[in-house]
Every structure is written in C-alpha cells, then in structure tokens.
Design a binder for this molecule. Structure first.
Ligand code: FES
Length: 554
C-alpha cells in the first residue's frame, strides 16, 4: 500500500508544477498582456484536458486532506520546527487568500460562460478591486513559498542537492520576483486600457461578465468554500481535543532513555514526539516523515508496547540493515512503557547525512575490523523445534547480538542464516575499530549468557557462538540493486574473518583474533596463546590469538 507521505509528496509535486507554470505565465506579463494570454491559451489547452484536470483536482483534494491528516496525527504541534510551521501556515492560509481569485475565474466560466483572461483579471484586481489584487499577489507568493519549502524538505536528502541548492534557490526566487514584476507591469497596461472610455464600455461584454445576480451567486460559492475550509480545520482541531481527552483518561506511557531520563506521554505518541516533548535531543533529518532513518532507536524494553511497523518503516530499516529490535522513532507509537536508545548522534544534519551516504555509495578501500559470528549447533537445535520457535529464538538472539555490536560502535553488515557479519572502524579507523570489535565480542558473550539464563527452560543446552575478528584492507561501499542495496565490505579481510570464525570450533574457543587485529588494537594479547594456521584461499600462514574465554578480555 502507498503511504500517505508518498501520496502527499506526489500530489504536492503535481501542484508545484502547476503553480510554476502559472508563475511563468505571470512573468510573461513583463512582455505584454497579449504574450501572457497567448501562453495561457496554450497552457490551458493542456491543463484543460479531462485527465490532466482530473489529476489536478485529485491532487488538490489529496494534498489538502492529507495535510490535515498529518496535523491530526502530530500529537504535539509545539514540537514543529520553524520551517515546518511556515510551511503549514502558508499552506492553510492559501485557501482564504486565493478563494476570491479562483472561485470567480473557475465558477464564473462554468456557470455563466465568463471569459477570464490576464487582461480581465489585471483590470479587475488593479482598477476595480485593489484589495483583490493584493490578496492575489500574497496568495501566489504564499503558494510558491509553501511549494518550495516542500520541495526543499524532499530534496535535501538527495546526494546532488547540496551542489544544486544555490541554483535552485536562485531560480525559485527569480521566478517569484519575475511573476511579481509581471503582475505590476500587467496592472499598468490594464490601467492604460481602462483609462480609454470606449474600451471600458466594452469590457463587461467582451469578457461576458455576469450581472449582479451572477456575482452574488459567485459570492455565495466563495462563502461556501470558506465555510468548508474553516469547518475542516475546526474538525481536525476538534478531533485532536477529543483524542487528547481520551488519551488523558486512558493513561500515560513512560519512555525511558539512557542515563535515567524518562518522559511521560499520552498513549499513541511517537517516540520522536516523546523525545521532543522531553527536550531530549534526537536526530530527525527528514522531520519525522519516515524517510531518512536518522531517528532510529534500539528498543531495550517493551517492544510489544509499540505500534507494529508499517511496510514503509520496514523498507527503510532494511535499507540500513537494521538488526531486530530497531525502530524508527518517528513511526513507532508508544502504547505502553518502553526503554529506548537513540542510535545516531542528535547533531547529524541533512548535509552530514548526504555526505555520509555519498561517501558510502562511492566506495573506498579502508582498513577496517571485520567480525564474523556464528551459532554453534543451531541447525541440530532448529530441527527439534517448531518453525515459530526457531524464528522467535533467532530474533531474540539477533536482537541481543545486534545491540552488543551497535553499542560497541560497529555496524551490522548482514545476517546470514544464524550468522552475523559486522564492520568496525569504517568511520573511526582501524585501531579504534579493532578495539570496538573486541569490546563488541566481549559484550556478545555476556549477552548470550544472559539470554541462555532467560531461555533456560526452552533450550536443551545453552547457545554457544564462535567469533572471528580480522583487521585489514577491504573495499567498502553501497552495493546491491534497488531496494536490496546496502553498505557492505568485500575482500580478503572479510574472507579471513569468516575462516577464523570457522576455526573457533577446532580450537574450542569463543574467539579467534588474527595477530594483525591484535596488533592494530594496541592491546596486550600476551596472555592468549598464538598459533599459525592456514587460511583457505589465502597465501601463507596467518598468526592468530586464541581466546578460549572471551570474558577474560580486558
Ligand atoms: S525522522 Fe527521518 S525517518 Fe524518522
């Protein structure tokens, strides 16, 4: 199913194109009213086609309706950013400001065969009703501002945008200014025409203006549109009040953060809104639209107290290879107590995110630490379990291991069967990355022990894992196709880490660390025996440190 965000974006883009064409039309009045009318004739020959007109009306209805829906869904409007407030107010104010232009032009033509042109509109709004002229100019600028803000929020996560932003901004400002200047030029030309008594006498007839009764009917339609607009907004805010009242009666949910911070929120509040209400800094580059993934959190406790993820949320989480137990804070709603850990620095901005994505998609050779971890004997265990139990067990295991890896500073590359591949030091460098990988391995063993204790009744024997860590050069970058693209690493370092993990069985060890990794970490490994071993597909032998009990790691 297509999400409401996408429909709002698509409908907004349709309207944006229409407004841009309209402003271009106004800009042409700088040449002459006749030039603007020739352009309008060609433009409305296309826009007037039934499929195009239908698309336009549907977009208008969908965009307005979904914007109100977004206002309803947002629990706390006080947490809107300044840019969001400008966009929202500009969007809502457009209706009362432009109704005096749109209704006479559209319904005057439909009901009375009126022939509105640039000349008639310029005369009407500059010579007959100057207030209407001011409203027309203000309305067009507001629509343009609203549309440009929407396009900016959409594009700022695209890699090309930082380079193009100044040009696009200049183009948007130039079009707005030219349209404004065009309107003034058109008004001057209209004033000259209107000063001619003969021209003025034929004005109403040439444009088939309706009589006083016709205009009274147009006024009534205008009032009806305004009433509908006011009613829709009142209904949304009324529904918000009713929901708040219900939520108040229904109780509160506690959202706990690292460091003992806790925020009490109304049931149904998103985790991102909870952070904003509690003034807890929380990354949200796309403004809560579920697109950037920067708000993602690890759910430490109470995952069952969150609304289930939608397909769109799952797709975004899959794109960043998020392990089980990770949710988008802007999409997950608290219906009970939860404990969460935001995963990205709160200070990350659109530019930093785009740079990071650019770097990752471009690919590079880096010296990193690669970790392979695998459950021992899980195939045998899974044969004695029901499929449901196997999935439950694996997801618990992945959630614990993923949490240990991410807390240590690593990133999950992939889950393969019951195995996990993780990368460390992509940003922080080989030495720091290797220390993080070792800390992650130690934490994984600790968490596995806790999991074994918690599931002792369900498991015949405790789960055991083998971990291999190697540090060396690898090619890192985004690889794959379409939705299946993800950040990963390839090369001999990855293969070696995988072989080390396989060798943990031979040495009956929790962990095998290549001597390259041990040296890169700068830590003292003299307490762990060193051996040399052949690595399949690799020339020469590799020295490895055998860590039988990973809890002995410093
Ligand atoms: S804020 Fe961008 S996905 Fe949540």
């Amino acid at each position: 199913m297509i999400s409401s965000h996408r429909v709002r974006l698509a409908s907004g883009l349709v309207l944006f194109v229409y407004v841009a064409l309209h402003l271009t039309n106004h800009a042409l009045m700088n040449v002459s009213l006749a030039a603007a009318e020739a352009y309008a004739f060609a433009m409305f020959a296309v826009v007037g086609l039934p499929p195009v007109r239908t698309l336009l009306y549907l977009s208008l209805a969908a965009h307005f309706g979904l914007s109100l829906w977004a206002v309803y869904r947002r629990r706390d409007l006080a947490t809107l950013s300044r840019g969001e407030i400008v966009q929202l107010v500009a969007g809502l104010a457009v209706v009362p400001i432009l109704v005096g232009h749109v209704v006479p032009v559209r319904f005057g033509g439909l009901l009375f065969g009126m022939l509105p042109t640039h000349t008639s509109v310029a005369v009407a709004t500059s010579q007959i009703d100057a207030t209407g002229g001011l409203l027309l100019v203000a309305g067009l600028l507001l629509v343009w501002l609203h549309g440009c803000a929407g396009v900016h929020y959409w594009l700022r996560l695209k890699p090309f945008y930082p380079h193009w932003q100044p040009f696009l901004l200049a183009a948007a400002a130039a079009l707005g200014a030219l349209a404004l200047a065009g309107y003034l030029a058109g008004s001057r030309e209209a004033a000259a025409l209107f000063a001619d008594p003969a021209w003025r006498a034929g004005f109403a007839g040439r444009h088939r203006l309706p009589g006083p009764e016709g205009f009274a009917m147009i006024d009534r339609i205008q009032d009806g549109v305004l009433a509908l607009w006011a009613l829709s907004i009142a209904a949304v805010f009324g529904a918000r009040r009713v929901r708040a009242w219900h939520a108040h009666r229904g109780g509160r949910a506690l959202v706990a953060y690292p460091g003992d911070a806790t925020v009490a929120v109304a049931l149904g509040t998103t985790l991102l809104e909870a952070s904003r209400q509690g003034r807890i800094a929380h990354a949200s580059v796309c403004g809560g639209r579920g697109r950037c993934s920067t708000c993602r959190v690890r759910v430490e406790r109470g995952a069952e107290n969150l609304s289930p993820p939608t397909e769109d949320e799952l797709a975004v989480l899959a794109r960043v290879a998020a392990p089980p137990g990770v949710r988008l804070a802007c999409q997950a709603r608290a219906i009970g107590d939860v404990a969460i850990v935001p995963l990205l620095p709160a200070s990350i901005g659109a530019a930093a995110l785009v740079q990071r994505r650019e770097r990752e998609s471009a690919g590079a050779e880096k010296t990193i630490a690669v970790m392979f971890a695998d459950l021992r004997g899980f195939t045998t265990l899974s044969e004695s379990k029901l499929p449901f139990d196997v999935v439950f067990l694996l997801n618990r295991y992945f959630a614990e291991m993923g949490a240990a890896i991410e807390a240590a500073g690593g990133r999950i590359d992939k889950f393969v069967g019951d195995g996990i591949v993780a990368l460390f030091g992509v940003e922080s460098g080989a030495a720091q990355g290797t220390r993080e990988a070792l800390a992650g391995a130690r934490a994984m063993i600790d968490r596995l022990a806790a999991l074994n204790a918690a599931l002792a009744h369900d498991l015949g024997a405790p789960l055991r894992i083998g971990i291999g860590i190697h540090t060396g050069p690898a090619i890192v970058g985004e690889m794959g196709y379409s939705q299946a693209r993800q950040f990963t690493a390839i090369g001999d370092t990855v293969n070696t880490a995988s072989r080390l993990e396989a060798l943990t069985k031979k040495y009956a060890a929790d962990l095998l660390v290549s001597s390259d990794a041990a040296i890169a970490s700068g830590l003292d490994f003299s307490g762990f025996p060193e051996e040399t071993t052949d690595i399949r597909g690799r020339q020469g032998v590799l020295a490895v440190r055998i860590v039988k009990d990973a809890t002995k790691l410093a």
